[in-house]
Design a binder for this molecule. Structure first.
Ligand code: HEM
Length: 294
């Protein structure tokens, strides 16, 4: 994938700037004419051209070890079999946004919640030391077995996702539908808020508290979440990246906490109200002090 990932500082900065502009107006992009969203439109075009240019290389680059595919390669395969090649850049961009804009802030919020709860932080560090040893100098590989021994981390990620769930999930009504004696005409938008659903004490007692242990009740081995947990949507269009997201955030948290002793220098920030779609970002800065564990 050497052609696709930006590798020098200038290119990384450029990628970051375009992604920021694309992310900032993402939720308006599907509703408003692009002439009203000049910056957004420019960044979208930049990404689509980037995908268009790199898709042949992305598809050709096979794993040296075995014939496994990346998620993006598998997606492109399906898109090109089921629809048409012309759609590939759009699906690539959807995958890029959906993964980066949700999993990255969840990784940040999970670390911030853990570090702002000293008892949980301590229990996690004891778990990491018992699985990987006390010092953070060695290179480690995190296996499925290791993850099972560090269940508290998985609960912390899920509890973070519960608290920082997207503000709305939207569906366009395609056939008139009756809800509570009201007829919703086709063309209207129906919205559900996972964020507020997760704050209903009937389903989640003491909803504002960060309580990873509430996830003890979920049957995670059978791949089911807690009742009324809706952060990944539901039904046919439910997030296809949900188990991958859970896995990558757990591994990211483990690697950071194994390698570094971390502490928060700022209080847990409020969340920004900029986005209703996707995981909210922090409103202000939240500095973390870190030093290598030896
Ligand atoms: C914690 C992180 C994540 C959260 C909270 C999240 C949440 C969501 C939600 C709420 C939806 C809309 C579901 C609906 O309309 O019912 C969605 C869709 C989607 N997600 Fe995720 N997501 C996350 C991570 C990821 C990752 C890592 C990927 C890719 C690797 C991904 C790929 C997608 C895609 C492609 C869709 C569109 C599905 C469609 O419209 O058919 N997501 N996600």
């Amino acid at each position: 994938m050497k052609y696709w990932f930006p590798t020098n500082k200038k290119k990384i900065k450029e990628f970051h700037q375009y992604f920021q502009a694309y992310d900032e107006d993402f939720e308006y992009g599907s509703q408003l004419p692009e002439c009203l969203l000049r910056n957004w439109s420019k960044s979208k075009k930049w990404f689509l051209e980037l995908f268009e240019k790199n898709i042949p290389d992305i598809k050709a680059c096979k794993s040296a070890k075995n014939n496994s595919m990346t998620l993006l390669q598998a997606t492109l395969d399906i898109v090109e079999t089921e629809t048409s090649k012309e759609n590939s850049p759009n699906y690539g961009l959807l995958l890029l946004w959906a993964s980066l804009s949700n999993a990255v802030p969840i990784a940040f919020w999970t670390l911030a919640y853990v570090l702002s709860h000293p008892d949980i932080h301590k229990a996690i560090m004891e778990g990491i030391s018992s699985v990987f040893g006390k010092a953070g100098k060695d290179k480690i590989k995190v296996s499925e077995d290791d993850l099972e021994k560090l269940l508290l981390i998985k609960w912390c990620v899920l509890e973070t996702i519960r608290l920082k769930a997207p503000g709305v999930i939207t569906r366009k009504v395609v056939k008139p539908v009756e809800i509570l004696n009201y007829i919703i005409p086709s063309g209207d938008l129906l919205m559900l808020s996972p964020f507020w659903l997760h704050r209903n004490p009937k389903y989640f007692p003491e909803p504002e508290l960060f309580k990873p242990e509430r996830w003890k009740k979920a049957n995670l081995e059978k791949h089911s979440f807690l009742d009324c947990f809706m952060a990944f949507g539901s039904g046919k269009f439910q997030c296809p990246g949900r188990w991958f997201a859970l896995l990558e955030v757990q591994i990211c948290v483990i690697l950071i906490l194994y390698k570094y002793d971390c502490s928060l220098l700022d209080p847990l920030p409020k969340q920004s109200s900029l986005h209703l779609v996707g995981v909210p970002q922090p409103e202000g800065q939240c500095r973390i002090e870190y030093k290598q564990r030896i």
